[in-house]
Write a protein that binds this ligand. Structure first.
Ligand SMILES: [Mg+2]
Length: 180
């Protein structure tokens, strides 16, 4: 169960106040793409995603999109941001979450300290388990879209069961409660 406990919880990424990241000393926002930053069917960034990324970068934070999806999908998506932001977005595609080795290598190569990272994602079995494997902070969200053809029904069921357990045991700490 320990592997499945996120550090924080938020209904979605867009409601998070950027001060939350700043006050908790997170500099690198590792963000899942499909159903976290955007609906899985959005080939280009939504206005919500654009505003979020703008706020992150304008505040001096870095965003690294960490996705299990293909390079083609992630790169095409990133190319949809305005030029001034596009160049500042890093990404790891086919990240092999929940395994840590590919992202760990990327972070080491880019001199990114683990204690300044927070992983934001909608899937416990991949995103949160990955963060806990890498021993970095994490924030769990709900899925932006319910239907996701790429996630098996069985994984969805397991995710739901774990969420219910975490909620019952009071292990989903809302970012607002911590932030105050
Ligand atoms: Mg996702």
């Amino acid at each position: 169960m320990k592997k499945f406990i996120p550090s924080f919880y938020s209904k979605n990424i867009f409601e998070i106040n950027i001060d939350f990241f700043l006050k908790n000393n997170f500099k690198y926002i590792l963000c899942d793409l499909d159903n976290t930053l955007d609906a899985y069917f959005n080939k280009k960034p939504s206005q919500f995603a654009k505003n979020f990324v703008k706020k992150i970068i304008d505040s001096g934070l870095d965003i690294i999109i960490v996705s299990n999806n293909s390079k083609k999908r992630v790169k095409n998506y990133c190319d949809g941001f305005d030029a001034q932001y596009k160049n500042k977005i890093k990404f790891v595609s086919r990240a092999l979450k929940p395994y840590k080795f590919k992202v760990k290598k990327f972070l080491l190569l880019n001199n990114i300290p683990l204690n300044k990272c927070i992983m934001v994602g909608d899937q416990i079995l991949t995103d949160i388990k990955f963060a806990n494997n890498l021993k970095i902070s994490s924030l769990l969200t709900e899925e932006l879209e319910n239907k996701n053809q790429f996630i098996s029904l069985i994984n969805k069921k397991i995710d739901k069961i774990i969420r219910r357990k975490l909620l019952k045991r009071n292990l989903l700490k809302n970012w607002r409660d911590i932030y105050g």
